[in-house]
Design a binder for this molecule. Structure first.
Ligand code: PMT
Length: 222
């Protein structure tokens, strides 16, 4: 049996991609499969947490003991996370949220025309940053998907988004990041904390990450 490091805690995990609609049959999205987020939720539940998984459209089985809330767009994910935030103890943002969405989602299917086409985009709300601004007792854990200068951008996100930890994956590496069954990450924490994890299956990595974080938190008695 696993150490019940999260017994009595409420953990909210986001996972998967978002879909930003262009018209009724088209959308913008990314290659997130949800595997990393589902693994984090499974690990949290195994460690005794009441676990809420807010998931973009993926078809993975829901881990045992986890409550899943399905969402589609970044805006829906924002609203779902906010509704679970006030009494959460830990929030883990594994989802690959769209940074941009079409300004207008057409209500009818767009027709082909001569020449090219331009879709105007606008920024979505940064969910992690919003949570960071409103943070009370919650431990806020973000991810960072980078292709270059991983440590630099991860530390920047830690500070700018007021997160307690950032789990950085170098998504330029084969078998790491989007859609693979394995991942290789570095964990960055407030106060200059840094711990590298070798390449391993996402479910094992999720357990090790949560254990490392909760053990450090208990030592600091925060
Ligand atoms: O789903 P898998 O196929 O298993 O792949 C896993 C993963 C690569 C998607 C995952 O490990 C991961 O890195 N998730 C975060 C991807 C991402 O969006 O990174 P980012 O650097 O763009 O964003 C940084 C953080 O801000 C993330 O915690 C993200 O959830 C959050 N964010 C981003 C944009 C936005 N509008 N709102 C957010 O909350």
């Amino acid at each position: 049996s696993r150490p019940q490091l999260l017994a009595g805690k409420k953990v909210v995990v986001t996972a998967g991609p978002t879909r930003e609609r262009i018209d009724p049959v088209r959308f913008l999205t990314n290659f997130s499969s949800g595997k990393m987020g589902y693994a984090m939720a499974q690990a949290a539940a195994q460690m005794g947490a009441e676990t809420i998984l807010i998931s973009g459209p993926v078809s993975l089985p829901v881990p045992r003991g986890v409550k899943r809330i399905g969402v589609e767009s970044a805006e829906e994910m924002l609203q779902a996370v906010k509704a679970e935030y006030a009494d959460a103890d830990v929030v883990i943002k594994s989802a690959a949220v769209a940074d941009y969405r079409p300004v207008h989602a057409e209500t009818q299917k767009m027709k082909k025309k001569e020449g090219g086409a331009v879709i105007e985009l606008e920024r979505t709300v940064d969910i992690l940053q919003t949570l960071g601004r409103e943070k009370q007792q919650q431990l806020l854990i973000g991810f960072a998907a980078e292709t270059n200068d991983v440590a630099h951008y991860a530390k920047d996100k830690l500070e700018r988004k007021n997160a307690d930890y950032i789990i950085a994956n170098d998504v330029s590496e084969a078998q790491a990041g989007f859609d693979s069954d394995t991942n290789r990450v570095t964990l960055f924490g407030a106060g200059g904390f840094e711990q590298a994890f070798g390449m391993m299956p996402k479910d094992e990595l999720a357990r090790r990450l949560l254990a490392a974080i909760m053990e450090r938190e208990m030592r600091h008695d925060r």
